[in-house]
Design a protein around this ligand. Structure first.
Ligand code: ZN
Length: 486
């Protein structure tokens, strides 16, 4: 018993047909209605045509079969590119035939196969096709949901794997970005024991080099149901906007669409990220001090420090690590909203003094871009990791290098009383005080530090506010330890 709707030929071939299937458009999961009535030709084409509107690459071919043992609905694209069409068609038919063989084992009970897809023609350069498959075999507890992607470079007809797209030495950074995106999107991923989801995503990507495709917004990764999260999440899926994923791409992967889209996305981002920063008034003639916190952000401690600053209308500068900033973008936003400042403290705290110019620049830019993507503007100063710098570093960072004049050594002693003592004794107008917002003892010390310094008449200002107030000539690559009043 077989029925085929073919959009290309614009007609319906009907063989024996006691049953009809109606596809409920817009419902992603399968939904069939058995009907004794014959569906009209017009209606049948409406179903296919609605589906067609969603597709962008080529036309839609549909295989719809209904038998005693199974029902089958398959939609697949016909792109007129023979490499793609042959590969997809043969995969689809193979999958269908395997399903039929499987179905034969369950006499008298109906099994089903439902395959639909999304496709994208990326400016005539690449074609992406992403299939979602749902297979219900009688006797199995759950239907099986799987995904299958195809990305073809049209000019030479090659099908891309992840290794064709992502730079080899950027692969783990890329996967980390995927994981952090999943954690932002799925509560379950966030709540999951850190390492479980990380390991599962790494494993899945290693075993599935076709797990991605390109759409109009960015690079999409899809995961089979149950592969990295519980079944209730459906098919885990994450889109990394081109603006964020571009830095992992191999240079030979030139997608002009991406270049154009990138510019647009960055403009939109800056416009949409008009985060309301607290309005602050600084009295240039009054004493001031700059509290600085390195190595964060931290979801708990950074927030408690911001709260303490609020008590005395103070602000501080947070020299953040890029990899932590992208994990806690909300905290970065809160820093800005509170009136404090975000500075660059490298991506992952590697010692810049041991690195080459290109590596330093790239690492620094990655943080600039990440912060800009969150807040709409990039950091204005950098504090190099360990305060370790040399001529190479100074010529590479392209930002003023802000160090410190008062070191609380909070990370060493981890003693709130000692930290308070060091941050409040012998403080001069224009000092820059170094602390770290990844330690509870520091966070606990801050309310007292803020109160004491305020009581002594210091304004608690950001590094940039202090630079402006002191009218110092600010140069890229130059080191600043303090802005003491002359
Ligand atoms: Zn540090």
């Amino acid at each position: 018993m077989k029925k085929i709707f073919s959009k290309k030929s614009n007609r319906i071939k009907l063989m024996v047909l006691p049953f009809i299937i109606l596809l409920c458009a817009g419902i992603i999961s399968y939904s069939y209605l058995k009907s004794k009535k014959n569906i009209s030709e017009a209606e049948a084409h409406q179903v296919v045509a609605q589906s067609y509107d969603k597709k962008q690459a080529g036309s839609v071919e549909s295989i719809i079969e209904y038998g005693e043992k199974y029902s089958i609905t398959i939609h697949y694209p016909f792109t007129k590119n023979s490499n793609i069409d042959q590969k997809i068609y043969s995969d689809v038919i193979l999958y269908m035939n395997n399903f039929k063989d499987e179905s034969n084992g369950y006499d008298g009970k109906q099994n089903y196969l439902y395959i639909d897809y999304d496709s994208y023609d990326i400016d005539g350069e690449y074609i992406s096709v992403s299939f979602n498959t749902e297979k219900g075999i009688y006797g199995y507890a759950h239907p099986e949901h799987t995904v299958k992607n195809y990305v073809y470079k049209i000019s030479n007809g090659t099908r891309l794997i992840l290794g064709d797209v992502i730079l080899e030495d950027k692969t783990s950074d890329f996967i980390d970005a995927v994981i952090s995106g999943l954690k932002d999107k799925y509560e379950e991923a966030k709540a999951d024991g850190e390492n479980d989801i990380n390991a599962l995503v790494y494993e899945y990507i290693a075993a599935n080099p076709y797990c991605f495709y390109f759409d109009t917004e960015g690079m999409v990764l899809k995961f089979d149901v149950y592969s990295i999260m519980s079944g209730s999440q459906g098919i885990p899926e994450i889109t990394i906007p081109y603006a964020n994923v571009k830095r992992f791409f191999k240079p030979e992967l030139k997608i002009s669409y991406v270049e154009n889209e990138l510019e647009k996305q960055q403009e939109e981002l800056s416009a949409s990220k008009n985060i309301k920063k607290a309005v602050r008034e600084i009295d240039k003639n009054k004493p001031m001090v700059a509290l600085t916190f390195d190595d964060g952000p931290h979801p708990e401690y950074t927030r408690s420090i911001l709260k303490a600053l609020n008590q005395h209308k103070g602000a501080a500068t947070f020299y953040v690590l890029g990899n932590r900033a992208t994990s806690y973008p909300d905290v970065i936003e809160e820093i800005i909203i509170q009136g404090s400042e975000v500075g660059n403290h490298s991506w992952s705290h590697s010692n810049y003094s041991n690195r080459e110019v290109v590596d330093i620049k790239e690492d620094k830019d990655k943080v600039q871009n990440a912060v800009k993507a969150i807040t709409g503007s990039a950091p204005e100063t950098i504090r190099v990791p360990y305060g370790s710098t040399n001529a190479t570093v100074e010529s590479s960072v392209e930002l003023p290098i802000v160090l410190w004049s008062v070191d609380t050594n909070d990370w060493k002693d981890k003693n709130s009383k000692v930290i308070i003592e060091r941050a409040t004794s012998n403080i001069k107008d224009g000092d820059i005080i170094l602390m770290h917002d990844i330690w509870g003892e520091t966070a606990n010390a801050v309310p007292e530090i803020v109160k004491t310094l305020s009581d002594k008449g210091f304004q608690l200002v950001t590094v940039s506010e202090m630079m402006n107030a002191r009218n110092v000539d600010i140069k890229k690559g130059k080191k600043y330890f303090s802005f003491l009043k002359k």
